[in-house]
Design a protein around this ligand. Structure first.
Ligand code: 13P
Length: 250
């Protein structure tokens, strides 16, 4: 439906000194890809990643940003700083940030707005915990996450946001959502977007799946109507594995 995007989320892995060669490796291994290829790296790796990606098809993203423009926010990084070093994407609201770093639906909304204002493409993460799934409230919870993240964002801007459905119970656990479970929620997300904006434009949004996506299961997941890409953790750290996922987009 939307444009296909396969994005790696390195999380807190890889060193700045490994970054240049690895991004070059990814660029080589994914040459001829039929989708957008993105590497999201730790802040300290970004400059090297951008340098390595220059002149290739690979785009670079950050894993977070702050919603203020500048000021006394020790340890934080602004959208202008990311733009200044030519970063294109930024992950916002990853469940690890919600869980360990006090990210809320409100700060996620502020960050999505700031990214859009500054011309960064947000990859907005939503997803339920195992308890929430077992309680049968997955779609209610995701509807709240989506509605709050998009609050105050006009339709023209909203469609620049990439949405990543990442069930928390599938992240780093080796437990992938079945293709049917992933499709059901991604379709649900598209329906919510359709209600918020317009049903017709909902088809233009990129909705990714993330959570133990790998070379073996990518093709089935990416074959579903409402899954337009992946946000890949562990399998993005080896260029061959990542490339296999990229080439699962036919
Ligand atoms: P894994 O692919 O390691 O499960 O991580 C998924 C993820 O959190 C990507 O943002």
């Amino acid at each position: 439906m939307g444009k296909y995007i396969i994005a790696g989320n390195w999380k807190m892995n890889k060193l700045p000194s490994e970054t240049y060669d690895f991004v070059k490796e990814v660029a080589k291994a994914t040459e001829g890809a039929k989708c957008e290829v993105v590497c999201c790296t730790p802040y300290v790796c970004l400059a090297e990643a951008v340098r390595a990606a220059e002149g290739t098809h690979v785009k670079i993203g950050a894993e977070n940003l702050h919603f203020e423009d500048k000021g006394a926010y020790t340890g934080e990084v602004s959208a202008d700083m990311l733009k200044d070093i030519k970063v294109d994407y930024v992950i916002i609201g990853h469940s690890e940030r919600r869980q360990y770093f006090a990210e809320t639906d409100e700060t996620v909304n502020l960050k999505v707005k700031k990214a859009l204002e500054k011309g960064l493409i947000p990859i907005l993460c939503v997803g339920e915990s195992l308890e929430e799934r077992e309680a049968g409230i997955t779609m209610d919870l995701i509807a709240i996450q989506i509605k709050k993240a998009f609050a105050g964002i006009e339709a023209e801007d909203a469609k620049k946001v990439v949405i990543a459905y990442e069930p928390i119970w599938a992240i780093g656990t080796g437990k992938t959502a079945t293709a049917e479970q992933a499709e059901e929620v991604c379709k649900g997300i598209r329906d919510i977007i359709g209600q918020l904006y317009c049903p017709k434009c909902a088809a233009e949004y990129t909705i990714q799946y993330g959570g133990s996506m790998n070379a073996a299961n990518a093709e089935e997941l990416l074959g579903k109507d409402n899954i337009d890409g992946g946000l890949i953790g562990g399998a993005s750290l080896k260029s061959e594995d990542f490339a296999k996922i990229v080439f699962s987009v036919k």
